[in-house]
Design a binder for this molecule. Sequence first.
Ligand code: SAM
Length: 324
Amino acid sequence: MNHITMNDFFCGGGGFGLAANQAGIEVVGAYDWDKYAVKMYNHNVNKHAQQMDITKMTWRDVKKADIWSFGFPCTDLTKARMDERKKLEGDGSKMFYEVMRLLDEVIQNVPENIPDALLVENVYELHEVMDILKDEFYKRSYYIKPALYNSKWWGVPQSRERWYVTGLRNTEKFFPIVQEQKESTVKMKHFLEKDVAEKYFYTDEKYSYTPIASERKENELWQVGVLEGGKGWLDYMKRVYSPESIIPTVHTCQGGHRQFKIFDPETKKVRKGTPREYARAQGFPEDYEIIVSDSQAYKVFGNAVSVPLATAHLRNIKNFLLSL
Ligand SMILES: C[S@@+](CC[C@H](N)C(=O)[O-])C[C@H]1O[C@@H](n2cnc3c(N)ncnc32)[C@H](O)[C@@H]1O
């Protein structure tokens, strides 16, 4: 074996796809049901993304690949959810079992196509169901190793804690989990756009900004004020950060005004992050073109894996598989 291939389930706009490209892994199949995410993926990553609902897929739709990556929906795991969290039984997060079903179908029908490695990426709360993942993987002959990372140690100015759970087939050997790059210090100010359009600023007189006295700590969030005036805003939506610090976890921002907010040092005004700044905070390259609306773009970038971290992890999987 000298060449590693990957299927990218729930591929979104291509966080894992870009990481695979950078790690020298060939993506052969990519699947997502969101047409805007698929459009962004095919425009920017490779031409393999297909708009498909995983519940309708069978083993015949799945390409032969060495790695299956699947950052399945976190909607029923995340504590950001206000109502009852149904975890792996919820409508979104139960998509985990759809990948297990496809894997069973491949094992039964085309055993020569069984992947050597599985890679799940998901939110911190995944630890609550880690035993289930372990059992589900083990039943299919994969040994798992979970690793918890924070993107802020990987060259992007964002605090984002995420699990990367790797399953390796028929081997208990494992590669060393990459050490976090703790010496790296990043600040949002180096990732901001210049000449930001008026629509991102909170200049309307209905909004009022109150600075708060707080201390800056290296590599930590630094809230410098509160923005009031938004109708029905939750607390986190009112927080305003300094560009001298990192920003909170970016997410899909569905519902308006949920973007991170900063005090813009140039204009001395408060504004929300732009889609390009979301892309940068996730480590997407500058030549990644945004060809969908702002709200679709926030969704794509908020959903994605942080590219530098995913690249490092995928490179380790690749080197491990090549060493077998
Ligand atoms: C957390 S995102 C994955 C992002 C991706 N890993 C990346 O790095 O860009 C989850 C994705 O699952 C997709 N999805 C949710 N339900 C699906 C289904 N039934 N079939 C296919 N895709 C689905 C969503 O559209 C979303 O893009």
